[in-house]
Design a protein around this ligand. Structure first.
Ligand code: TXA
Ligand code: MG
Length: 339
């Protein structure tokens, strides 16, 4: 199958070509095809969440374990009535505060509408309303719940540019939308709203403190150390490039071997030998947003380089760095060089 390609930029949604492209994409989704689509977090692999055959294609294209549920994407909270038994009050307040945007809520599933292959037989469902203008236009036009995992091969870093989707999935999916690079660069926060207190299953750019400020109460964070994580996806080794990745928490104290590639803030370059391959992640040690936006692209770039191992900067643990550090430490499989 040769993948179709559409070019749809966020700032050209009104052009006739774009309107036509969005119609074509929506038609294909209704017909059960799967399509790589931009969102503000990472590119997603979109499919009709009510169609078993379409969902099967998603799992197959990604090589995704069949017990890992998909996030369902909507454009209007009214769509929730179709497949959620009830929206807890406090979850409603969070939707008002953060949707459309980079947070997914795990809610009680109403069986019968969504493909059970997408929800993998659970009694809950994760839902997100993305803010990316192209994603929104597609979700509005197609007007059915759309399942969309990250549009990468399972186990590779999530795609933040159309070229990453091409690299992993070209000719394995019906089509790919080429659009701008993802603004956030890390996957959405996943918040379980089916147990009290609410629990962050996957940290994202909407932080624990932001959520607590809306709720006026303290929430929990999944530690990921148990064998049966609440978010099935977290048990798989993720975000990992080919080479061994080590996190470095103190550059001043270590000597980087010459066959290693370094990923770090520009401000750390002064501590690293000039003959070592250095890839800039962001400007300073507190530029968490910039680092989050660049992380997966840089991991992919490093993966192409001829280095034996990767040393990557571990950021200070802060509310705003939780998502970034989570992905960095997971890419490393917890190998830490403390220096
Ligand atoms: O930002 C995002 O969320 C992106 C874009 C495309 O929207 N999507 C994404 O999907 O990251 P995916 O499939 O790569 O990650 C979904 C995560 C997995 O860790 C999965 O286990 C978890 O959400 N998840 C899905 N449904 C769940 C449920 N009912 N309960 C707990 N965790 C769930
Ligand atoms: Mg993923």
């Amino acid at each position: 199958m040769e993948s179709k390609v559409w070019h749809i930029q966020s700032n050209q949604l009104d052009s006739a070509t774009t309107v036509h492209a969005i119609e074509e994409v929506s038609e294909a989704l209704r017909a059960g095809e799967v399509i790589g689509m931009p969102t503000e977090t990472v590119y997603g692999l979109a499919a009709d969440a009510t169609n078993d055959a379409a969902i099967d294609k998603v799992f197959k294209a990604k090589g995704r374990p069949s017990d890992n549920p998909l996030i369902i994407h909507i454009h209007d909270t009214q769509q929730l009535d179709l497949f959620v038994t009830q929206i807890p009050d406090k979850a409603g307040a969070l939707m008002e505060a953060f949707w459309p945007g980079p947070i997914s809520f795990v809610l009680p599933l109403k069986h019968g509408v969504l493909s059970e292959r997408a929800t993998v037989g659970l009694d809950t469902v994760a839902v997100r309303m993305p803010s990316h203008p192209v994603a929104r236009a597609i979700l509005q036009t197609v007007d059915i719940p759309i399942a969309a995992p990250s549009a990468n091969t399972s186990g590779t870093p999530s795609p933040t540019e159309a070229s990453h989707v091409q690299a992993d999935l070209t000719n394995k999916v019906f089509g790919i939308i080429e659009s701008d690079a993802s603004e956030v660069g890390l996957e959405s926060t996943v918040l379980d709203c089916t147990t009290f207190p609410y629990r962050i299953l996957r940290p994202g750019s909407i932080t624990k403190t932001q959520i607590e400020a809306v709720l006026n109460e303290v929430i929990q964070t999944e530690t990921n150390d148990s064998d049966t994580p609440a978010s099935p996806g977290m048990k798989y080794k993720h975000y990992a490039p080919r080479q061994r990745v080590h996190v470095v928490e103190n550059w001043v104290a270590i000597d980087v071997p010459p066959d290693v590639g370094v990923i770090a803030p520009e401000s750390m370059r002064q501590y690293i030998n000039e003959d070592v391959l250095f890839v800039r992640l962001c400007e300073s040690e507190t530029d968490y947003d910039e680092a989050g936006r660049n992380l997966y692209r840089v991991l992919r770039e490093m993966d192409q380089m001829d280095v034996e191992a990767i040393y990557i900067h571990g950021f200070n643990q802060q509310d705003q760095s939780a998502a970034l550090n989570n992905r960095i430490y997971r890419a490393a499989g917890k190998t830490i060089i403390e220096g």
